[in-house]
Design a protein around this ligand. Structure first.
Ligand SMILES: [Zn+2]
Length: 493
């Protein structure tokens, strides 16, 4: 009997995969090479594909399959049992939303992202304001459909990180803030006289592309399965462990921006490329959560990529590529430049220390938007006020302020905390890894594969097999903001 059941499950997974694949390619194309007005038609197509996906996951066949799987639970292998659990979650999350509302939301989301791009380019918050409000309204409405008795923001957090609540976030950010604010102030003071002049002159984009290529090799990305594209706001899309796309944005006078984007997105890609072969093509075959994902990307970007050992490893090749631009820059100087701490306007360009302050601001704002305490029209003013309070800086324009991130325009509300939690996870991995081998020696000698093998074994190969909090705690124990603060203090003070 189970054989037939497994065949039905496999067929279901194949169709889900095909729809996800098609939508992913469209979205990747829209964010990279498609012309701006393609968004009008893409929205319609995405709406139709989403309808098909909705009908597939909530239709009578899926319901029957799910019921049969649940009835046969005790006779199923662990992988299939896990699939049934995830299917139930997806069904419950989707089925409570009326299909027409969902399809309308997907269309609006496409449009919102398109309008955000224009608004950002032209520094026109008013243009984006109604769309932004709509994205929050949808998030709140859908969260209440999903869990009528729960705080809608917690429901949103939980959808990105199973088990995460606003209460846990408050505790984490509260502990972190106490330590981070003084560390950031001291670190900024200490690095005030670091001159980043040598990496702020024009570095030809063609040569920066060579650097990207080299960095992909250094961190061990398999180019047969991973390709690099260009976009406004770098991201990673995975279709399977056989096709992962990373992106970057080249700024002529900021070579470090693209350098660290490639390493960051490369970290996301390594996770996807390292999913176990046994689960690669089914519904368990991708990263388990946003925070676990960000913990990989930020581990490679900051803990590995912004270590002195990594600078020692890559600087000779960089000197060769950009000759003569880096002549006379030694390892220590280069490392100081790429770890300079300075309060800044733009999150994606923030240093490792002040980065989480940017996240705290977004966390506070989206929590208040979800509760209705704030409206979209209040956001620019509140944004600017918090930047003054947390980072001590004035925001000169919405373009460099509230319009800077793509997330809210795409309905990704409750996503931002993942970046900070992921950063903190990374510091705890480092602590555990250090008990087994000399991490810096591995980096210095170019043996990044040793680090990757550790992460692959503990995290990547499991895909969605284990829930994120359980997975993390099985490796590192409970999340502890102080381990992250200790790491920053040791590195920067
Ligand atoms: Zn990321």
């Amino acid at each position: 009997m189970n054989e037939k059941l497994l065949e039905r499950l496999e067929a279901y997974e194949k169709t889900c995969f095909a729809l996800g694949h098609a939508m992913g390619i469209l979205s990747y194309d829209g964010n990279t090479s498609a012309p701006p007005k393609s968004a009008i038609v893409r929205g319609e197509t995405m709406g139709e594909l989403s309808r098909m996906s909705y009908e597939l996951t909530t239709g009578p066949e899926a319901v029957k399959l799910l019921e049969d799987l649940e009835a046969a639970k005790d006779t199923l292998d662990p992988v299939t049992r896990r699939k049934a659990v995830l299917m139930r979650r997806i069904f419950d999350e989707t089925d409570c939303i009326p299909v027409d509302e969902y399809v309308e939301y997907v269309k609006q989301r496409e449009e919102s992202e398109h309008v955000w791009k224009t608004a950002k380019q032209t520094n026109d918050f008013k243009l984006f304001e109604p769309y932004l409000q709509k994205m929050f309204d949808y998030a709140r409405k859908f969260a209440l459909y999903r869990a009528p008795d729960k705080d809608p923001y917690t429901t949103q957090l939980d959808s990105f990180e199973k088990g995460l609540t606003a209460e846990k976030c408050d505790k984490f950010f509260g502990d972190l803030k106490k330590r981070l604010v003084p560390i950031a102030a001291k670190a900024a003071e200490k690095s005030a006289d670091i001159d980043v002049g040598p990496i702020s002159v024009p570095f030809p984009v063609e040569k920066q592309k060579l650097l990207s290529d080299y960095l992909m090799d250094v961190i061990g990305l398999d180019k047969e399965r991973c390709a690099l594209g260009e976009t406004e706001h770098p991201f990673t899309t995975d279709f399977s462990k056989y096709d992962v796309r990373i992106t970057t944005h080249y700024y002529e006078t900021m070579p470090a921006a693209s350098m660290y984007s490639v390493i960051h997105e490369g970290g996301h890609a390594l996770y996807e490329l390292g999913i176990g072969d046994d689960i690669a093509l089914g519904m368990l075959g991708s990263g388990v959560s946003m925070a676990i994902h960000e913990s990989q990307s930020r581990f490679y970007e900051n803990i590995v990529g912004r270590s002195e050992a990594f600078c020692e490893l890559v600087l000779p090749k960089m000197k060769e590529i950009f000759s003569p631009l880096l002549d006379g820059v030694d390892v220590k100087t280069f490392w100081k430049m790429v770890t300079k701490v300075q309060p800044s306007l733009v999150r994606t360009e923030a240093d490792e220390v002040t980065y989480c302050l940017h996240i705290m601001i977004r966390y506070e704002l989206e929590k208040k938007m979800m509760s209705g305490e704030l409206k979209a029209g209040d956001l620019p003013g509140e944004w600017n006020r918090l930047y003054k309070e947390y980072l001590g800086i004035d925001v000169p324009s919405d373009k460099e302020g509230v319009l800077q991130d793509v997330h809210w325009s795409e309905g990704l509300i409750g996503y931002f905390p993942s970046y900070a939690i992921g950063s903190a996870y990374g510091a705890q991995y480092l602590k555990e890894m250090g008990k087994e081998f000399d991490v810096w020696e591995a980096v210095r000698s170019g043996n990044i594969a040793k680090i990757s093998a550790w992460l692959e074994n503990k995290i990547w190969r499991h895909g969605k097999m284990i829930d994120p909090c359980e997975l993390f705690e099985s490796i590192c124990g409970p999340l502890d903001a102080n381990v992250f603060a200790d790491y920053l203090e040791q590195k920067y003070i």
